[in-house]
Write a protein that binds this ligand. Sequence first.
Ligand SMILES: [Zn+2]
Length: 77
Amino acid sequence: MSEVNLDIFLEELVSKKILENVTKYCSKCYAELSENEKIYYDMQECNYLCFKCAYEKSQQMQKQMELIEEEQTKGLF
Ligand SMILES: [Zn+2]
């Protein structure tokens, strides 16, 4: 299991271009991004998150998936 769910996030390295043209801050916790740091583009929300926030969201999604699977299993029996 990867740390960040790459089905919902695109992993990128922060470049000067991103800092100048896109964003300097994580859109969730507003941590300042620095060059060559890994950031994650959220394909559902269309915004950039720092590693910590992308990781947390991935964990939450994983939990939700497990809940859905549990309910489906319950429904079968
Ligand atoms: Zn963040």
